[in-house]
Write a protein that binds this ligand. Structure first.
Ligand code: AMP
Length: 118
């Protein structure tokens, strides 16, 4: 099933693009969670990490390097997040990498009180 990201790839929906190559597209998240919040997506339609492969992830990693260098985040630092599945709160079922930066990010703290043995 096509997602909103497929529509962005096909140009049916606009995006604030920061980088594009043959295999990937990177654009600003519509609801930024940091001063800089970019999404890097493969152009091929894969819903998550498990439907993906090393080549697709390598293409995205290359794009992440290009984007972060372009925005100067390679010097200041940044965080990459990929949500997979329900527990991670994945909303769009098209593999994507969030790049968060532009400020000093807090540590990742999460205490799940529903599970006491992890
Ligand atoms: P996730 O929860 O990991 O699936 O992340 C999906 C992300 O896509 C969210 O951060 C949304 O804000 C973002 N998003 C949804 N629609 C758009 C859009 N049209 N343009 C840019 N970002 C979007």
């Amino acid at each position: 099933m096509s997602t909103i990201f497929k529509k962005i790839i096909d140009g049916e929906i606009p995006c604030n693009k920061v980088y594009e190559d043959e295999k990937t597209l990177a654009f600003h998240d519509i609801d930024p969670q940091a001063p800089i919040h970019i999404l890097v997506i493969p152009k091929v339609e894969v819903p998550n990490i498990y439907e993906s492969n090393g080549e697709i992830v390598a293409d995205c990693l290359n794009a992440i390097q290009k984007v972060t260098e372009k925005l100067g985040l390679n010097k200041s630092g940044f965080r990459i997040i990929t949500n997979n599945g329900v527990d991670a709160g994945q909303e769009v079922e098209h593999l994507h990498f969030h790049i968060l930066g532009g400020t000093k990010l807090g540590h990742i703290h999460h205490k799940d009180t529903t599970k006491d043995n992890i």
